[in-house]
Design a protein around this ligand. Structure first.
Ligand SMILES: [Ca+2]
Ligand SMILES: [Ca+2]
Ligand SMILES: [Ca+2]
Length: 242
């Protein structure tokens, strides 16, 4: 009996110091997840008491990249948070623990579907307040096209100012191996080209981030190659100023 009273006592102290006014509670299970729309940002949430889990749900109607940032230690909270991205069956697709100090941050590629974000205290015993921000990465302009087995296709990017960031994302069919190249046009006549960046994983999801060097505008071509397999791919590119 004395033991029970001590636990109650310490729990009350813990709640009092750890922001008990989380407006999303109860949200400890997928059935009670807080529905959100991206971009999403909310402050002054809390993992409290011990063992609390906070779950958010969202849907995507096409593939995209999601960037999630959680601030706890960085805002002076005691919480050592762990972040998971779950699929519709509750299986973890991606997770982040100590990305920025003790705070999670991650970027994950997600297909169309229903997903959950799960936030916990490390080992289920860390508590405290946090802010969360989740947004879709700007994919820029996208095109859909077909590629034959062993084929290749080039997309003109045109002249790009020095200091700009070129971001290219390729999403190809399952069970194929498409690759992505960024080629600089050094001279048109005679034609001289040089590969300045490439992404060549064993699958067909590739991405390039390339900062344009030098003093003058430079001309680029994006090339998609099939190392193995054929089908429809999505190619997105954005150019962000210096
Ligand atoms: Ca909570
Ligand atoms: Ca909760
Ligand atoms: Ca590949």
């Amino acid at each position: 009996m004395i033991l029970v009273m001590m636990i109650f006592g310490s729990a009350q102290i813990s709640l009092g110091t750890n922001n008990p006014s989380d407006p999303n509670e109860p949200n400890d299970t997928r059935d009670h997840a807080t529905p959100i729309q991206l971009p999403f940002s909310q402050e002054n949430l809390s993992i409290s008491p011990n063992g609390d889990r906070d779950i958010f749900s969202f849907s995507l109607d096409h593939f995209t990249y999601i960037h999630i940032k959680l601030d706890a230690e960085s805002i002076g909270s005691d919480l050592d948070a762990v972040l998971f991205v779950l699929d519709q069956n509750g299986e973890a697709i991606s997770s982040s623990d100590d990305a920025n100090g003790a705070d999670p941050e991650l970027t994950v590629r997600l297909d169309a579907g229903h997903y959950y974000l799960l936030i916990e205290g490390f080992d289920g015993i860390s508590t405290g307040s946090y802010n969360i921000n989740a947004e879709k990465q700007d994919l820029g302009e996208c095109v859909k096209s077909d590629l034959a087995d062993q084929g290749s296709a080039s997309w003109t990017l045109g002249k790009v100012q020095p200091g700009s960031l070129i971001q290219v994302i390729l999403s190809g069919p399952a069970n194929t191996d498409f690759d992505l190249l960024l080629i600089e046009v050094l001279s048109e006549n005679p034609s001289v080209e040089a590969i300045v960046s490439s992404s060549q994983t064993s699958g067909s999801d590739e991405s390039i981030n390339y900062r344009v060097k030098g003093e003058k505008p430079r001309e680029f071509i994006i090339q998609v190659q099939s190392f193995q397999g054929s089908g429809t791919y999505l190619l997105c590119r954005s150019i962000k100023g210096s």
